[in-house]
Design a protein around this ligand. Structure first.
Ligand code: HEC
Length: 159
């Protein structure tokens, strides 16, 4: 190889290597986010409502089925709500849009204050985990106001 060519090859590798390292670092960070999101979802009880059958199977539901929402309604003075399909929800939103929902007050029995009280980083990691799982399943039924009788099955809170 000619000297100038050698120098060029050397220069190019000096420029590319840091970029590749930065790329690997980014991938490692993403993996850490996804791992943390998964952990949070498991210990914060999100699956109890947002994964069909989870609470009654001692949490032994395959991960591929997690967080697809449930057709079990929750009926009370607020009307009837259904645990949202979080995988479809996250796949329809950018990370920035997701972050804006952190303080949104939703209806019972969603512990919306748990989202409010978690750190931005944890809330973001849950989003990344949901995106990692990817969209699956169907949207949960839409909210019904208190004067409407929901279809079975539903849990009834005393009025
Ligand atoms: C006790 C049952 C229950 C638990 C536990 C629960 N959710 Fe929910 N969640 C619901 C219901 C029901 C709704 C729909 C509320 C509504 O329609 O106003 C909901 C709504 C949501 C929404 C709002 C969706 C939208 O339309 O904007 C998000 C986000 C969400 N849940 C995330 C979570 C996360 C993350 C966890 C775990 C930290 C969790 N939920 C735990 C029942 C639950």
């Amino acid at each position: 190889m000619e000297d100038t060519m050698k120098r060029n090859v050397l220069l190019t590798s000096c420029m590319i290597a840091p970029l590749m390292l930065a790329g690997l670092e980014g991938q490692a960070r993403d993996r850490a986010s996804i791992r943390n999101g998964r952990y949070l979802v498991m210990i914060a009880g999100c699956n109890d409502c947002h994964t069909k059958g989870y609470a009654f199977a001692d949490g032994r539901i395959p991960e591929s089925q997690w967080l697809k929402g449930d057709d079990l309604g929750w009926n009370g003075p607020w009307g009837t709500t259904w645990p949202v399909n979080l995988r479809l929800l996250a796949s329809s939103m950018s990370e920035r849009e997701w972050m804006r929902t952190k303080y949104a007050k939703t209806r019972p029995p969603m512990p919306w204050y748990a989202l409010r009280d978690m750190t931005d980083r944890d809330f973001r990691d849950i989003y990344r985990y949901l995106r990692h799982l990817g969209p699956a399943g169907r949207p949960a039924p839409a909210f019904l106001p208190p004067d409407k009788i929901p279809p079975e099955p539903f849990v009834r809170y005393p009025r």
